[in-house]
Design a protein around this ligand. Structure first.
Ligand code: DGL
Length: 275
């Protein structure tokens, strides 16, 4: 049986587009609805309770659009809200932390893994817990990089300021003999060339979001809910942002290379709390 209902993707802003980019490549038949809560981005410094509330608001918006699967394309939200949302919904819900962990364990040869993410993700200890549970012999060096998300959201991810900030921020990881570094925030793959340059080519970067699409693909098959082959005209790929549709479109346009982009501004319940 084929199922043409869309897959829903959520993130605090444009970060989840790095996951969508991979989904467009690996799952070209699937219809996609995306919500980026740009007005309240970044989630990283926010208290867990608030991130959970915001994540629910995006989730409810997409449930009302009849999605068949939810991808929490945000590490910060995955860290605090995945288990609760998964337990409450009857559709499959996928987060980005476990796929990133598995890929890092597959890659590392010296068992020295680094993880960079938002303050929320790093403080949650989620990657640490997942790695230790699967492979206690690994040593993990974690670092919060709170300056990275604002660079990406302001479309400055190729600038010389970005290069300087990334180089300064990553210094503490440079001499840890890491052979693998998890990009534990879905915004970070947009900074990938700069991060790679700073860390050196002996370090393999793991894109947690891109790894997640492999899991989505497997679940579509497992639950027999993949879509039938469809033409480009039939395909639905819609983006919704609580912030400026214009800015979102600029970033999505250069990152996704789609011929046509549908970006719409929406308001989610709690925007009055935005700070
Ligand atoms: N893209 C996000 C993540 O993967 C959230 C960044 C933020 O809003 O701070 O963690």
């Amino acid at each position: 049986m084929y199922n043409k209902q869309p897959i829903g993707f959520i993130d605090s802003g444009v970060g989840g587009l790095t996951v969508v980019k991979e989904a467009l490549k690996q799952l070209p038949n699937e219809n996609i609805l995306y919500v980026g809560d740009t007005a309240r981005c970044p989630y990283g410094p926010r208290p867990a309770e608030q991130v959970i509330d915001y994540t629910w608001e995006m989730t409810r918006y997409l449930l009302a659009r009849d999605i068949k699967m939810l991808v929490i394309a945000c590490n910060t939200a995955t860290a605090v809200a995945l288990e609760e949302i998964k337990a409450a919904l009857s559709i499959p819900v996928v987060g980005v932390i476990l796929p990133g962990t598995r890929a890092a364990l597959k890659t590392t040869k010296n068992n020295k893994i680094g993880i960079i993410g938002t303050v929320g993700t790093i403080n949650s200890g989620s990657y640490e817990a997942a790695l230790k549970q699967k492979a206690p012999q690994t040593t993990l060096a974690s670092l919060a990089c709170p300056k990275f998300v604002p660079i990406v959201e302001s479309n400055e991810y190729y600038s010389s300021v970005a290069k300087k900030i990334v180089a300064e921020t990553l210094q503490p990881l440079k001499h840890k003999q890491l052979d693998t570094l998890i990009l534990g925030c879905t915004h970070y793959p947009l900074l990938r060339p700069i991060i790679q340059n700073v860390m050196g080519h002996s370090v393999t970067l793991i894109d947690s979001g891109a790894e997640t699409v492999g899991e989505v693909s497997m679940l579509l098959d497992y639950f027999s809910i993949a879509n039938a082959p469809q033409t480009a005209e039939q395909k639905i790929c819609e983006f919704y942002t609580t912030g400026s549709a214009n800015m979102f479109e600029k970033i999505a346009d250069s990152w996704l290379n789609l011929t046509e982009l549908s970006v719409t501004h929406i308001d989610l319940g709690g925007n009055i709390h935005a700070s």
